[in-house]
Design a protein around this ligand. Sequence first.
Ligand SMILES: [Zn+2]
Ligand SMILES: [Zn+2]
Length: 426
Amino acid sequence: MGSAEGIFGRLREKDEVAWTAMVTCYVQNARPKEALETFERMQRAGFAIDEVSLVGAISAAAQLGTGKWAHWVRDVAERVGIVEDNVVVGSAMIDMYGKCGFIDEAYAVFNSMKERNVYSYSAMISGLAAHGRAGEAINMFQEMVGKTSIEPNWVTFIGLLTACSHARKVEEGRYYFSLMKDEYNITPSDDHYVCVVDLLGRAGLMEEALDFVKAMPIEPCAGVWGALLGACRIHRNTTIAQIAANRLFELEPNGVGNYVLLSNIYASAGMWSEVSDVRKLMRERGLKKTPSTSWLETKDGRAHQFFAGDNRHPRSREIKDALEEILRRLKDDGYKPVLSSIVYDVDDDEKERILKGHSEKLAVAFGVLMTEVGEMIRIMKNLRMCEDCHVVMRMVSKVMRREIVVRDNMRFHHFQNGECSCGGFW
Ligand SMILES: [Zn+2]
Ligand SMILES: [Zn+2]
């Protein structure tokens, strides 16, 4: 990337091709901010925007995941006049909106397109799946195979199987997995196996999930064992957790998340000596927990970052007071802190104090300060939400009457009127 920047800087005459190549390079190297800045400069310099540069900018906005850039790119595309008529741009835009948490906007783009292909449908199905709208994802697939001549590909099935797994539609998931192999001759890849293990595991069919992994015709990848370990957390299965974790420790010796997950599973079963064994292993291997952090995007497009227990935000005092007030109102409505979310062996007051400092709670309190009743609060989080934060988000959506969208490292949670789109399984 450094060499590319050097050459680009020295070019005396930069044409569309050079600018576009730079945008694409940044996207491919996961540097979305620079990609968008380059795209903006290219436009300001008066160069024509075409499909390739636009798709680069759209992918960058998808990587960034914020509303501000997503809407900006959409405006540019509309000014240039290539959304409805260009199936490549349209499909990329559906994917972008899905990844940025605007599923209704993704739908609007889908509906406005004059022509659709397998990418448009797959992006829509995956988007709906990530937002917990499994029924619509399945209907979309049925429409695609029933009413069009478009053949699904392996990506389509990842979206479809994800939808089934998030909605715990075990029978449907099994059916589509066979359909993919038998009807469409698609050889399952790692990603499909991950989906099936996740499907069985979430539904609590732990033994079956383990047997499925053992019978796989290819060597199970880390993702497969990770899905199994994740299911063990939901269903508190310490025996299978140990099997999955041991394989993961071999495949990803530095994967901090696996150690943390296993120690959480032991902790919630009260197996404190096993917890300290896992901690010891982490210390020996020099591994540290990734700090948990949340971002909140305000209406003016600014991102505010929060760390657990931190006072760094300029309005920190006000935010903490707002959080206290919100929690007091939730308690009137029956909220009890989920103390088992804290996996340290400390007393209950201390657990409650730690829970209050979780980064997404600070973010949501700030969100309440910055919005009116009926408005939406958007939060991004780098790790999985704990059970207590999930309860708080659910209740804030009802008591404070806000719609809340949280994107964690896996999926979107839409909290509305006391309910979450994930149905309590995540
Ligand atoms: Zn939490
Ligand atoms: Zn949820």
